[in-house]
Ligand binder design. Structure first.
Ligand SMILES: Nc1ncnc2c1ncn2[C@@H]1O[C@H](COP(=O)(O)OP(=O)(O)OP(=O)(O)O)[C@@H](O)[C@H]1O
Length: 300
């Protein structure tokens, strides 16, 4: 049995909204990204995982425990960041975190303080007057402070500036190295591409595909952009035996598609050409899912 199992999960809000027959499995220690546009069903799925919603049909099981009937027990072992943060009434961030720690039976605040420092948060501020980013940072500290075995994070970087996003990725990676199982939603592929082991795409409440990020990174089909210094060289190259994907005549530029096995012949050929530059165009997770999306549309 997988560490987290979502089986046939359905919540039909009507008018095609909700989640439908969702199946997902997450292994212990895996970092799993859950991507979808606004309204795709990410929060609905996560709220079922946290036991805030009862499945209409299907189930969520985490570490052998039922997401609905064992939810009190599960909540104690999961660090959770909700999609919309609504803090209980507390005068300051510090007081809120103190109460959270008390609820969790946490006495050692060393790790909480480490995260506070990493995020450069001043928790002494009035909770109600905190900026969106500060609130988000406070929620991150609250979710991480007990150093839980599972983290369920609903768009955790909302409101964080790029520098703080990078800090957050560092904290995630520390957790990943410790073996924490992490499930995080996002509406951006680039955000999950470098942190997650696997990424799932949800659209209209249905699972479109799941992909291991290493497979995308190590894709053996590459694209290269090459720009030639002289027109005649550019024209001469067009008749070589390479797959030309795009021609940009006015810039003497081509984009070629090539398999790793043919890289050496390419560079041998290019020795006879004065080129301005050659650059690999990285194949991204977004490229992969765009392809799946298009196929899905074509079959719809
Ligand atoms: N209680 C509800 N009653 C009716 N419709 C709902 C309810 N909760 C959510 N929905 C609808 O279900 C769909 C999925 O919502 P959900 O919040 O899960 O999306 P999401 O992927 O988290 O989106 P976002 O990125 O905007 O947070 C949306 O169209 C939403 O309006």
């Amino acid at each position: 049995m997988s560490y987290i199992e979502i089986k046939n999960l359905t919540k039909d809000y009507g008018h095609g909204k909700g989640v439908f027959n969702l199946d997902l499995t997450i292994e212990k220690g895996e970092v799993f990204g859950f991507v979808g546009t606004n309204g795709a069903g990410k929060t609905t799925t996560i709220r079922h995982m946290m036991g805030f919603l009862k499945p209409q049909s299907g189930s969520v099981t985490i570490n052998g425990k039922n997401g609905w009937t064992d939810s009190a027990q599960l909540k104690r072992m999961i660090g959770y960041i909700p999609g919309e943060i609504a803090f209980p009434d507390a005068p300051t961030g510090t007081e809120f975190l103190r109460r959270q720690a008390e609820l969790l039976g946490l006495t050692d605040m060393t790790y909480a303080e480490k995260v506070i420092n990493q995020l450069q948060l001043d928790p002494t501020a009035n909770l109600k007057r905190m900026s969106k980013g500060m609130k988000q940072k406070t929620a991150i500290v609250a979710a991480f402070m007990a150093d839980p075995d599972i983290l369920i994070l609903d768009e955790p970087t909302t409101g964080l500036d790029p520098l703080m996003r990078a800090q957050f990725v560092d904290i995630l990676n520390e957790q990943k190295n410790k073996g924490t199982t992490i499930f995080m939603s996002s509406h951006m592929f680039e955000e999950v591409e470098h942190t997650c082991d696997k990424v799932a795409l949800i659209k209209g409440g249905k699972l479109i595909a799941v992909k291991r990020t290493s497979e995308v990174k190590h894709n053996e089909n590459k694209e290269y952009k090459i720009e030639f210094l002289a027109r005649e060289d550019y024209l001469r190259f067009l008749s070589e035996a390479f797959t030309i994907l795009t021609r940009r005549d006015e810039q003497n530029q081509v984009i070629i598609g090539i398999n790793d096995a043919d890289i050496n012949p390419l560079f041998r050929t290019l020795k006879g050409y004065p080129i301005k530059f050659i650059k690999e165009i990285k194949y991204t997770l977004e490229d992969y899912f765009k392809g799946i999306y298009e196929e899905d549309k074509a079959h719809a």
